[in-house]
Design a protein around this ligand. Structure first.
Ligand code: IMP
Ligand code: MG
Length: 177
């Protein structure tokens, strides 16, 4: 499909499935090389990262474990209005190599938050892998270790990414038309 309609918006193909899969393969080979001979715990951020996670992990040839977490949609901690809680992390990550798997980094607020919370648990190494990165929207200093594709600051859906909950099921990525 070249064009799709979700709710009130029309979208056209922006990144084909084969372009996405090439990006996934590049990220996997970088992680395989960087952690050669070591073990990695992957932490996948739901919901958006589910497709990227599945495709990426099939190409990881390290001793690997995977845990899925969610970021709460409500503001949590008493001290700061915008600290969002990580839900579902049952593993003790101290002394472990951790790679966070994200679908997309836009302003960077979400990932910075997640990194801060995980760093406090004293992992050995902590890296971030994001399939997509919008450099024009990024507001943070933190370097993203593994980026599949840099994209313009436009709204996209597909391959796990949603518009109001819809559109996650497409194998291609679509941009608003
Ligand atoms: P950030 O905190 O601004 O970096 O935003 C990260 C989150 O916003 C991602 O995990 C996505 O859930 C969502 N997001 C950012 N850009 C897009 C987009 O173009 N389409 C769909 N979701 C997006
Ligand atoms: Mg997300």
């Amino acid at each position: 499909m070249d064009k799709i309609k979700i709710l009130d918006k029309e979208f056209r193909v922006s990144l084909s499935s084969s372009t996405i899969q090439q990006a996934v393969a590049r990220v996997a080979s970088q992680i395989n090389a960087d952690f050669s001979g070591e073990e990695v715990l992957f932490i996948s951020i739901l919901n958006g990262s589910f497709m990227f996670t599945a495709d990426l992990l099939k190409q990881i040839n390290l001793p690997a474990r995977i845990s899925f977490v969610k970021v709460s949609s409500y503001a949590g901690a008493a001290t700061s209005g915008n600290v969002k809680e990580l839900i579902g992390l049952n593993e003790d990550i101290s002394g472990k190599n951790v790679v966070i798997i994200e679908d997309i980094i836009d302003t960077g607020i979400t990932i910075e938050n997640i990194v801060k919370q995980l760093k406090a648990k004293n992992p050995a190494k902590l890296k971030v892998a994001s399939l997509l990165f919008k450099p024009e929207a990024y507001l943070k200093e933190m370097k993203i270790d593994y980026v599949g594709l840099e994209i313009p600051n436009l709204f996209i859906v597909g391959y796990g990414l949603d518009y109001d909950g819809y559109g996650r099921n497409f194998e291609d990525i679509y941009v608003v038309d």
